[in-house]
Each structure stands twice: as structure tokens, then as C-alpha cells.
Design a protein around this ligand. Sequence first.
Ligand code: NDP
Ligand code: 2IT
Length: 444
Amino acid sequence: MSYVDEALEKVKAKNASEPEFLQAAEEVLESLRPVIEANEEKYRKEALLERLTEPDRQFKFRVPWVDDNGQVQVNTGYRIQFNNAIGPYKGGLRLHPSVNTGIIKFLGFEQIFKNSLTGLPIGGGKGGADFDPKGKSDREVMAFCQSFMTELCKYIGADVDVPAGDIGTGAREIGYMFGQYKKIKSCYEGVLTGKGLSYGGSLARTEATGYGLLYITEELMKCHGESMEGKTVVISGAGNVAIYATQKAQQMGAKVVTCSDSTGWIYDPNGIDVALLKEVKEVKRARLTEYAAARPGAEYHEGRGVWSVKCDIALPCATQNELHLEDAKLLVANGCKAVCEGANMPTTIDATKYLQENGVWFIGGKAANAGGVATSALEMSQNSERLSWTFEEVDSKLKQIMVNIYHNIDDAAKRYGQEGNYVMGANIAGFEKVAEAMIAQGVV
Ligand code: NDP
Ligand code: 2IT
């Protein structure tokens, strides 16, 4: 049996109850086949794939807090430190009722390769809790964040593990967590990224994931003799990534006609009004029905449906497994040319294959959404040198990083005779640096 198959069998046997982690691990290991096969005995002897798929350590802890009625609530907190071969663990904190060990583990695993692709010295980690910030008062969110950090602070540090935002964790949550870390540790350090600008945050971090997604999409189009100008774009989600992806796409001359949240979606044939979307989602924290109510010509639909809208480019920016095989078929039938993932693992494996086999240019999340964590690493650099850079400086570095990622993944795919397979290219390019660092550092 080949070493990849052997390792895959072990991963499946060990993690049978974690479908999202298995999905992520299978995608990566399958696409590493040509690299592993070229050095089969060496990698088997090193047990490299077993080491890569087993986290360095994982923490799971109780998070008790008191709600506005005086009732004690209990959530479960997580932090998985997956791999620190190339730098301190780095990755976001997801606050969503669906969070469990398998979800955090898939996100932490993907983060290893994504972070490597940025070219910056950051390892892979992820965390979060099954807490739902929706409908909670600011005081309740603060109580949760303080309790969460009271435990998390034992495991993190500016040179150890640096968490950041993800679904449900934005500037408000990071602020409360940073305050509690500082209070307990009496230490003012860059232990979190995505901080507010008045206490060590970086300009352009808020925009970075969405902007980065558009920078790599633009480079992809350019390298195929196309531009963003005049293109129709469909985007899912209405959070941090979706909002700034929409804004940048519009700045590039494209028209974004959809957004969505967990209850429904908007079709706005005149192009999404970003200022209104921000007001509804960032300020009022309200549902998309409020967007439709305030915007003449916009339609609100219950449930899912953004992938049924005719488009040139589709950018899934909400959550994992939100673009299924039937959606991929609709996109292809409607003439969609490119799909680039702003979210983590939004496209199922069969949908990805269908898109690739039908000539759609497909860039997976590990490459396409790496702009967020890359800019987090730039925030870490600014914190270390106790300086802050201008918006333009950070934004131009972000753009360069995304353009470099495109060419690195394109080259890696070509080196293995798989031109245009950007998923394989990303997994290989991300893996090569981590594997070299792991082997150089011995069996640890
Ligand atoms: P936000 O919490 O800001 O927004 C998430 C959006 O997705 C909301 O509109 C939310 O709707 C929707 N959504 C979340 N879960 C579901 C679900 N189960 N079903 C349907 N819709 C859902 O998160 P972000 O924008 O930060 O994150 C979006 C994606 O991008 C995630 O996959 C995240 O891991 C990834 N990502 C984020 C980065 C960042 O820097 N923030 C960096 C790289 C990747 P509702 O409000 O109704 O819940
Ligand atoms: O999925 C991701 O890359 C993030 N949520 C951002 C992580 C970070 O450390 O900025």
C-alpha cells in the first residue's frame, strides 16, 4: 500500500467522529500524492504524515458566565495548537453554536498550510467555543469573553500562540479578550491580532481577508487574459469577509449582486449597497430582511440560493460546506468562470471536483483567504517593533503577498504536471516549507 493510503487509513480510523477534519485531511493528503511518492521511503520512515495530522496539543475547557438574568451559563472552549514548525501557532477563534473538536481541528489543520503559503513565520492553530454571540447583550459577551480568556491565557503568548477573529469573533470580542489577558498576565504584548487601532491593531486588518480574496481573484483573471471590470459576482455571507470582498470587488469595477446569512439571502440587481450592509450587519447586528426593507429593487429570499444566480465569479464567504454539488452544477450551467473561497472549506469535495472538471478556475480557501492571517502576521511585526504602518503600506504588502501566493501555487501545480489545479498547488506549496522545517528540527 502506498504511504499516502496507509496514512489516510490511520487518520480515518483515529478520527471517525470528526467528518470535517477527515474531509480536510483527505483533501490535503490526496493532493500530496505526487510529492510523497517521489520520496516515499524517506517520508514513511519520518512518519511525516502521521505527525502532520496529529495536533501538537489540544485544550478543551469549561467557560462559565452569568447572563443578564443572573443565570449561570456554561459553554465549552477549545484551542488546538496544531503545528509550530515555522512559527508560533496562529489562527482565529470561532464563536458559533456548531463549534466542536472536529470543526476546530479541521480549521487548525488547514491553517498550517495557509499560514505557510503567506511566506511569513506563523504556525497553525485554531480555537473557539460553542457560544452564540447572537442576541446577547454587550455585557453578556464581555462576561463570556473574560471567562474564556481566564482559561485560554494559560496557553497563549506573543511568541507562543496568537489567536485572532473568525466567525462570531470581531473587534468587540477581541477587545474584551485582550483586556482580560492583560489584567491576568500584567503583560502588554501582541497576544491577539485584529485588535482595535487604539491598542495595537493594524490598519487594514479588518478589510484584509476580503481585500486579499479579491487581489488573488484579480491576479487569476489577469493571468487568463481577463479583468474584474464589468464582471457579475455572487458572494455568500454578510460578515467580515463578505462585506470587504464586496467592497473591493466594486472598487475593481465588478458588480456584486448577492449576500446571505444563516436565514436567507439577498438578490440586489443594482449591486449590493455596502454602506447599508455594514449598517445592518456591523452596527445594528440585524437580519438581512432589514437590508431588503431599506433598499428598493432588492429581493430577500428565505433559505439558501445565491449559487443559482447567473454570474462570472462566485466567492463563498460564509462557512464550511455551503457550496454543494447541485450548486456547482448550477454555476457551471450559468457560465461561471471562477470560484475563489473566502471562507474555510466552503465547497464540498465533490463540488470542487465538478467545478475543476468543467473548466472553472478554482482557488481554495487556504490560498484565497490567506490575506487575513497574513495581515495578522503584519500586525505581529508592528507590535514587535512598537510602530504602526500606514493603511497604504499594509495594503500594498497584502496585495504583494496575495499575488505571490497565486504564482507560487500556480508554479507548484505546474512542477507536478497539474497546470491549473490550484488546490493541489496550494497544498503542495504550503506543505513543502513545513515538511522541510519539521525534518530539520528532528523528531519532536
Ligand atoms: P462573520 O461572523 O463576520 O460572518 C459570518 C457570515 O457567515 C455571517 O453572515 C453568517 O450569518 C454566515 N454564516 C455563518 N455560519 C453560517 C452557517 N452555519 N450557515 C449559513 N451562514 C452562516 O465571520 P467571517 O466573515 O469572519 O468568516 C466567514 C468565513 O471566512 C469563515 O469560514 C471563516 O473561517 C473564514 N475566514 C475568516 C477570516 C477573518 O479574518 N475573519 C480569515 C480567513 C477565513 P449569520 O450572521 O446569520 O450567522
Ligand atoms: O481562518 C483564518 O485564517 C482566520 N480566521 C484568521 C486567523 C488570524 O490569525 O488572523
